[in-house]
Design a binder for this molecule. Structure first.
Ligand SMILES: *Cc1c(COP(=O)(O)O)cnc(C)c1O
Length: 385
């Protein structure tokens, strides 16, 4: 690909000296699992996000699973979530023995639509799991008020949104739309708004390790205590195991890489935001293309357009022929995946968007000239078809 959807190598080349040194230091110390590097990363991330606790684990998926377990959510319980996400979201709920219940999404934000949550609440509902999809904060103010009214826990899936800041739901439409009138003017990092947040540091995420890694964040002492136990086989003290837990420790090598990268995350997220703005300007008024809303605090893990003329797959193939990468996140809503064997009726908005979405190349090192080439090719496709 001339313009890939993502380029991890260019970032490594820029940081090579720093990262190689950090890795060499860990090898020299020979403390490979948890240890001082992980402790430092946890405290730096807790400071960055302004939360009391950050607990490093093996992956974003484990962060979700352990977060649910720490809230004592399991067999017989229901958790309401979005149908439009990577399967790890619903999978974590199923894996702990609970049942995912799918609301629908808001067509402008791609995030869970709070208006569709209340109808799904039953006596078994224990929690709501919003996803800050593509790096855009979900409508947390609405979600938190529903949770408060029905006594539910809120578990934020922040896997795609490291650095994203939530500035409140829009006052005029009561959604997380891009209006400038916000209920709250001081922003909060995602993960610090609900009861517990789960982050992924999978290599392709905005803050990515060089292998699997994740983190649980919370301000709640009890959740933090349980999460710390669950990541090490349910023990506080070695060989005195109290709970059925996991081996979900964070590696020092991943932690030292993340510590180097954390220093650059704001700069990288700003670059992503700028790329998204440029795309929006260049794609404005293209027939059958709907560009994403640009909200304050959105970190554009993905830049995702809607192709509304039924030719999304043809556009994707055309771009590939020109050497331009693109991806469909997600072709099948989670509730329609084979694993759930027709247990769920599709949610209308999510099933519609699964046929329309197309994510274009975005990463901090992507040049604006390349953005221009991508958009010129989209224009060319639209005039030829
Ligand atoms: C990546 C991702 C996860 C899972 O994270 P891993 O670190 O790959 O386990 C969960 N939810 C969403 C929305 C993701 O994008």
């Amino acid at each position: 690909m001339k313009i890939p959807i993502l380029d991890l190598k260019s970032q490594y080349q820029k940081l090579k000296a720093e990262i190689d040194q950090a890795i060499a230091n860990v090898l020299e110390s020979s403390q490979f699992v948890l240890g001082p590097e992980v402790k430092k990363l946890e405290s730096e991330i807790a400071d960055y996000l302004d939360v009391k606790y950050a607990i490093g684990v093996n992956s974003g998926t484990d962060a979700l699973i352990i977060a649910l377990r720490s809230l004592d959510i399991g067999l017989g319980d229901e958790v309401i979530t979005t149908p439009f996400s990577f399967y790890a979201t619903a999978e974590s709920i199923s894996v702990v023995g609970a049942k995912p219940i799918f609301a629908d999404i808001d067509i402008n934000s791609f995030n869970i639509d709070p208006k569709t949550i209340v109808d799904k609440i039953t006596s078994k509902t224990k929690g709501i799991m919003p996803v800050h999809l593509y790096g855009q904060p979900a409508a947390m103010s609405n979600i938190n008020s529903i949770a408060k009214e029905y006594n539910l826990k809120v578990i934020e899936d922040c896997a795609q949104a490291f650095g994203a800041v939530y500035y409140g739901d829009c006052v005029s439409c009561n959604q997380d739309c891009h209006q400038d009138t916000r209920q709250h003017l001081t922003g909060k990092h995602v993960g610090s708004i609900g009861d517990v947040g789960a982050y992924s540091f999978y290599p392709t995420k905005n803050l990515g390790a060089y292998g699997d890694a994740g983190m649980i964040v919370t301000n709640d002492d009890k959740i933090a205590d349980l999460a710390k136990m669950l990541r090490v086989h349910g023990s506080k003290k070695s060989y005195h195991n109290e709970l059925l837990g996991y081996n979900s420790r964070l590696d020092s090598l991943q932690a030292c890489i993340l510590r180097v990268k954390l220093k650059y995350i704001n700069q990288w997220n700003q670059a992503r935001h700028h790329i998204a703005q440029t795309y929006n300007q260049l794609l404005e008024n293209t027939p059958d293309i709907i560009v994403p809303q640009i909200t304050q605090g959105h970190v554009f893990h993905q830049y995702t357009i809607r192709v509304t003329n039924g030719k999304r797959n043809q556009l994707k193939d055309f771009l590939a022929q020109q050497g331009i990468g693109s991806m469909i996140y997600y072709p099948i809503p989670q509730d329609q995946l084979p694993v759930y064997e027709n247990q769920y009726q599709p949610s209308p908005v999510s099933i519609k968007l699964a046929d329309e979405v197309l994510s274009l190349p975005i990463y901090p090192e992507l040049s604006l000239e390349d953005v221009k080439i991508v958009t010129e090719n989209i224009h060319k496709f639209q005039t030829d078809h």
